[in-house]
Every structure is written in structure tokens, then in C-alpha cells.
Design a protein around this ligand. Structure first.
Ligand SMILES: Cc1ncc(COP(=O)(O)O)c(C=O)c1O
Length: 395
């Protein structure tokens, strides 16, 4: 946060618009429509809420099937379940961890033949890089299936010259505290006037205009507050600066690990221009270093790093769902580690990270500390003998 966000917040506070209505909120929504070339935007109190509204607005109902990439944060799959629908997980592209577009049409055909035409495709822009939206959108259009984009992580990114948030019938941003642009908790839904009007109604307890509290549907309390939107306006003022900073962090990792055997930095510009929200490295399994071990070692130096998203088909809560697998997501889950990537990460702190990871690839890691309260999760499958060619670590 900078002085700018602080000033915006205090202005909103002093204006006494302490509600999910007000000038800062109107400005925030207007700026989001401009940023994403959309007719309309609705600011919500989380990205998860926006995902739920998106699925409801495109008509997903109980018993429907929704196609979702298996590599994502759990909120994507949960939103499908909120509607009583079932997610059908699909494997991902090894370059980007985003939905493998080549798997989509055969799956739609197979499900349609079985009388289960998907009610929506819900793809994700993983770690801040856009999915192959042009391919996915044209497949959805050909089959008349609504396309929803979980762009929670990719504000400021682009695909084929079009901004993140502009793809799909509806797209969703998250402004959670860990995102590139944050309102301290919040989200947004972007789309047509018709969809956004419906979503706004549902997000406001489906209350009809007028003096009385009359409600014509089951709605939700999903609006963002004017105060949070004020912080968001301050952040949007700095969007270019924030994206430049996280992209610079990624570039520094690329340079820093260029000559390190066994470490590959995941590209952020494979299907467009990523925002560098999270920099991900992959460890060559043949070097016998797991992401957990490296994260544990970094933790010992007060540096937070996390293994990449555990795929949804491996999550206890979603493991019973169907899954179209090529083996890529399972393989990436055994190699991927998210490194510190914040827009305020200093060069010297980042050099420490690079140095520690580099040294750990050659030196013994030492004894692992056992953590209190560690929750056991199902182990991923064994590491295959060799990386697939497109995953191979350059030497
Ligand atoms: C891919 C993805 N989808 C959805 C969400 C949910 O957003 P929120 O935390 O704002 O509800 C997040 C992040 O939190 C996310 O990373």
C-alpha cells in the first residue's frame, strides 16, 4: 500500500459513504469496465462470490456438469458445487498450468453424446497468465456453451492484445489481500449489461426497488463496500507500476536461475503477457529435491514459499469428481514451487532467495523440521522416471 491508497480511503471515510454504495464504488466499477473493455462491472466482496454469481447468471443449475481445469485454487471448483452442479476436471498445459485446450472439444463431444452437455466451461488464468482464451472461447461458441473465466489472479495481464477480464461471457477478478491489486478482500464480475444487472440484483439480496423490503429471488450479501472500493481505486492508479514490479521479479528469477541445473522458471508469456503475480519454478525430479523440502528450507530462513496448487482431483473434498487426465497436473504438482513474488520484494531479498535455492540444489538440505498441526494430505503419485520433453530442464 502507498500514500495514494491511504488518501483514497480517508477521503471515502470522511465522505461518510460507509456502505456497499457510494462514489468510490461507482468509480471503481467504471474503471474496471474501462480496463477490461466490457460494457459493465459489478464489484463484489470476494472473487468467490463473483464466481458464484457468474455461474448462476449463465444458468448453471443443480445436476449440471461444468468443465474446470484441475490446477486452480479451490474456490473455482467450490463455486460449481454452490450451484449443486458437478465439476468435471481437465488436465492442463505443461507450459502454463492453464486448461489444456486440446482436451476440451473431445471432452465436450463425449459428454454431449452421453446426454451430459456441459452447462459451462470455467477456465482459470493460473498464476497471472492468461489461458488460451481464443481457442477455448471459439470451442465454446461452436458448441453454444457459456464460457466463464476465473481471472482472479490475472488483472493487468493480456492475451492477443486483449486485457485479462475481457474474455468469456463473464469474467471474475479477485482483490483478496494476496492479489496483485487488492481491496483488502473483494472481487469483481465483468460482462454484458444484462448479466451484470442480474448479478447486481442477486448480490443485493434480490431486493426490488422501492420503499419496502421486497425480494423476488434468493439473493446474497455479495456487494463490496465503498471503503474497500476506495482502496481499490488507489491500487488501480498504480496498476502499471505493480505489474512492472512483479514482471521484474519474474525476470530476475529467470536470470538468477539461468545457469542452475535442475531449476526451470515457468514462463509467464506463453499465451500472452502475464502479470507475474506468482513466479513459479519447477525442480527436476531427477535432482531429488522436492518443492516441500525447498519450502521447508526457505521457511528456516523466514522466507515463505508454497508448493503450486494441489490439483483439484487430489483434494479430499473434490477427489470423487471426474477427471480427464494426461498426467501433466500430477507431474507439475511434484515439481512446482511458488517463490516470493510480491511487488515490493527488494532485489537483495530476492537475491537471497535465489542464492538459497541455488545452493540447496547442490548441498545437503539437513534435517526436516516437523511442524505442529501439520495436516496429512494424500501423497501425489510417484515421480515419473523422466520429465516429458516439453518439461525438460534446459542444461
Ligand atoms: C484462481 C482463483 N480463483 C478464485 C479465487 C477466490 O478469490 P477470493 O479469495 O477473492 O474469494 C482465488 C483467490 O483467492 C484464486 O486464486
Amino acid at each position: 500500500m502507498s500514500e495514494r491508497e491511504r488518501a483514497r480511503l480517508l477521503d471515502a471515510f470522511d465522505s461518510n459513504w460507509i456502505a456497499p454504495f457510494g462514489p468510490a464504488l461507482d468509480e471503481f466499477e467504471q474503471r474496471l469496465t474501462t480496463l477490461t473493455d466490457r460494457p459493465a462491472a459489478l464489484a463484489t466482496n470476494s472473487g468467490t462470490a463473483a464466481l458464484h454469481l457468474a455461474l448462476r447468471c449463465v444458468g448453471v443449475v443443480r445436476g449440471d456438469t461444468v468443465i474446470v481445469p484441475t490446477v486452480t485454487f479451490v474456490a473455482t471448483a467450490n463455486a460449481v458445487r454452490y450451484q449443486g452442479a458437478v465439476p468435471y476436471f481437465v488436465d492442463v498445459d505443461p507450459r502454463t498450468s492453464n486448461l489444456d485446450a486440446a482436451l476440451l472439444e473431445p471432452l465436450i463431444d463425449r459428454l454431449s453424446r452421453a446426454g451430459r452437455r456441459p452447462a459451462a466451461v470455467l477456465s482459470v488464468d493460473c498464476y497471472g497468465s492468461c489461458a488460451d482464451h481464443s481457442t477455448i472461447a471459439s470451442i465454446c461458441e461452436r458448441h453454444g456453451i457459456p464460457y466463464v473465466v476465473d481471472a482472479a489472479e490475472s488483472i493487468g495481464a493480456s492475451h492477443r492484445g486483449h486485457p485479462s477480464g475481457s474474455f468469456g461471457d463473464l469474467a471474475v477478478f479477485s482483490f483478496n489481500g494476496n492479489k496483485l491489486v487488492t481491496t483488502g478482500g473483494g472481487g469483481a464480475l465483468l460482462g454484458s449489461e444484462r448479466h451484470i444487472e442480474r448479478a447486481r440484483h442477486l448480490a443485493t439480496q434480490a431486493r426490488n426497488p422501492g420503499r419496502h423490503f421486497d425480494h423476488d429471488d434468493i439473493g446474497y450479501a455479495y456487494r463490496l463496500s465503498n471503503l474497500s472500493a476506495a482502496v481499490g481505486n488507489g491500487q488501480l492508479d498504480r496498476l502499471d507500476e505493480l505489474v512492472a514490479a512483479t514482471r521484474a521479479v519474474h525476470a530476475r528469477y529467470v536470470d538468477g536461475f539461468a545457469d542452475v541445473d535442475g531449476v526451470r522458471v515457468q514462463p509467464i508469456d506463453a499465451d500472452g503477457r502475464g502479470n507475474g503475480w506468482l513466479s513459479v519454478i519447477h525442480l527436476d525430479p531427477q535432482r531429488h529435491r522436492t518443492p516441500d523440502e525447498i519450502a521447508e528450507m526457505l521457511d528456516g530462513h523466514d522466507i515463505e514459499a508454497r508448493p503450486t496448487w494441489r490439483p483439484m482431483h487430489r483434494q479430499p473434498v473434490h477427489a470423487h469428481s471426474e477427471f480427464s487426465s494426461t498426467g501433466v497436473a500430477d507431474r507439475l504438482a511434484t515439481t512446482g514451487l511458488c517463490l516470493p513474488s510480491g511487488s515490493s520484494l527488494s532485489e537483495s531479498d530476492q537475491d537471497r532467495v535465489i542464492d538459497l535455492v541455488t545452493r540447496s540444489m547442490v548441498a545437503p538440505l539437513g534435517r526436516r523440521r516437523e511442524r505442529a498441526g501439520h495436516v496429512a494430505v494424500p501423497a501425489p503419485p510417484p515421480i515419473p522416471a523422466a520429465f516429458a520433453p516439453n518439461n525438460r530442464v534446459a542444461s
